[in-house]
Design a protein around this ligand. Structure first.
Ligand code: P53
Length: 487
């Protein structure tokens, strides 16, 4: 049967917003929480990289420690999300609230209670939580225990599964939608080792852009995450057959800089390694055809246990989610071409696109292209769980913030998402990133803001943490109320 034509977002479309514990929760030593990898990362800027400090340094500012204090203000914040009409709220659980060191056998009750209260608060407003189980934080105790190997040590799989079991059983009736790892494919890129894998090969730490890399360990860690994810999915479905468990990929859209076939192949091949390797394992339950050559040519030899391939097959995802912010160009002959980006995203400048102050090139049509490519390949429901415009906002004397640039960015992307829906793509929902201003992952700044809600906090940690509605707040409220018809 031909798929029915529709020119509207589906009924029940999950409009909402997205956050991550390490970037907005704070309370880093409260409720028995242990230290996570994000807690030892300093602030930075567009030009000064964040530093990993293996021990906490006195007098150094760590943005995750207080962040925007959702830990104490969640009621106020959730009320604001409800006022915008959110149907869903993407948040993550901080592993170290539940297992402070990562290797305990029993969960920390205070941590479990905190998220239970948050989920109950969301329930009051009929907001469906979408929970990322691991978003850029890893028990720092495990990084130390395994001599900086993090996820490259296979024992971590069991620690993760104990954590999953604790939260799946406790929140069985409060949470339906889960994501096993945020941007799992970040481990396919050098800077992702610490963020995504808790891998710290230099005990002196240092700027994240300069830390030691070891592709063998990174891809071994990634394999362990695949196995952990597949096992978690199987376990989750056994605990509650209604659970919907998905993957999350940082989609790196890459265009050939020219129509030179060398550029075209390079772009296609880079997208395969960067985006599709992880997606294929999650959705199809097996490594793609191009993996073997890539591993061979990069001296990567992944150790697998006999049962691993079967585990991957048995634990495929129910839906596919991704982040999409920008596109970049790539060339086989990049020597004289201008680069753009920074903070964990770098590419060639596209003469047809404008970029944000942080060098992220704005490309709404690219989102439609990506949605179609993904749906053709996977044929399972998709969700855009991060998208947005990091910008400097100015707060006027009367407290208003006129963020028309943000409205323009989001409107243009929602328009293209709608085009993709008309194209026939099965799209479940949309949660723009940082619906309330929070700490930037890439730079550690507050200045790079994404929110509909402004938070009075500065790069150096000063500010009274008051919340203000930006102009985009009422705009987005109306988008949701009209199910994407009024943009
Ligand atoms: P920030 C790079 C490229 C694409 C997505 O990023 C990325 C990154 C990391 O910087 O990460 C996701 O805060 C991530 C979020 C992050 C968000 O994008 O650097 O899942 O944690 O905050 C935006 O502007």
């Amino acid at each position: 049967m031909l798929k029915e034509y529709s020119d509207k977002f589906p009924e029940g479309f999950l409009w909402g917003g997205a956050t991550a514990a390490n970037q907005f929760e704070g309370g880093y030593r409260e409720g028995g929480k242990g230290l996570s990898t994000s807690d030892v990362l300093t602030g930075g800027t567009h030009t000064i990289p964040r530093r990993i400090t293996p021990e906490l340094e006195e007098g150094t500012y760590y943005p995750s420690h207080v962040a925007i204090d959702f830990y104490h203000r969640y009621k106020e914040d959730i009320a604001l999300f409800a006022e915008m009409g959110f149907k869903t709220f993407r948040m993550s659980i901080n592993w170290t609230r539940i297992f402070p060191n990562g290797d305990e056998l029993e969960p920390n009750e205070e941590g479990l209670k905190f998220y239970e209260d948050v989920f109950n608060e969301l329930k009051k407003y009929n907001i469906e939580p979408l929970v990322t189980i691991s978003h850029y934080e890893f028990p720092y105790g495990l990084t130390k225990k395994y001599n900086g190997d993090g996820w490259a040590n296979r024992e971590v799989i069991d620690c993760y599964l104990r954590y999953c079991k604790a939260i799946f059983t406790r929140y069985k009736n409060l949470v339906k939608y889960w994501l096993t790892f945020n941007e799992i494919n970040i481990l396919a890129r050098p800077f992702g080792a610490f963020f995504g894998g808790g891998i710290l090969l230099d005990e002196k730490g240092g700027p994240i852009s300069e830390i030691k890399d070891n592709p063998q360990k990174r891809f071994q860690a990634l394999h362990h995450q695949f196995v952990a994810s597949a096992k978690a999915i199987k376990m989750g479905h056994e605990i509650n057959s209604e659970f919907k468990i998905g993957c999350m990929i940082a989609y790196e859209a890459l265009y050939p800089y020219t129509c030179n076939p060398e550029d075209v192949f390079l772009a296609q091949n880079s997208e395969e390694i960067s985006n599709y390797l992880c997606g294929d394992v999650h959705v199809r339950g097996e490594y793609p055809h191009f993996a073997a050559r890539y591993f061979k040519e990069n001296n990567i030899d992944i150790h697998m246990e006999d049962e691993d391939l079967e585990i991957l097959k048995e634990g495929t995802v129910d839906f596919y989610t991704f982040s999409y912010y920008m596109s970049n160009c790539i060339s086989a002959h990049p020597e004289d071409l201008e680069q753009i980006g920074g903070n964990m995203s770098l590419g060639l400048k596209n003469p047809y696109l404008k970029a944000s102050d942080w060098g992220w090139q704005v490309d709404p049509i690219g989102l439609r292209t990506v949605l179609n490519k993904l749906y053709s390949r996977y044929r399972i429901p998709l969700m855009v769980v991060e998208n947005g415009f990091g910008a400097v906002d100015k707060i006027e004397e009367d407290g208003s913030i006129n963020d028309d640039y943000r409205i323009d960015y989001l409107r243009d992307h929602i328009k293209e998402m709608k085009e993709a829906v008309i194209d026939g793509v099965d799209l479940m929902g949309y949660t723009p990133w940082g619906c309330i201003d929070l700490v930037s992952a890439g730079t550690g700044e507050m200045k790079k803001r994404y929110g509909f809600i402004y938070v009075d906090k500065n790069n150096d940690g000063t500010g009274n943490l008051d919340r203000y509605k930006k102009k985009s707040f009422n705009w987005y409220k109306n988008v949701i109320a009209s199910n994407g018809e009024e943009l």
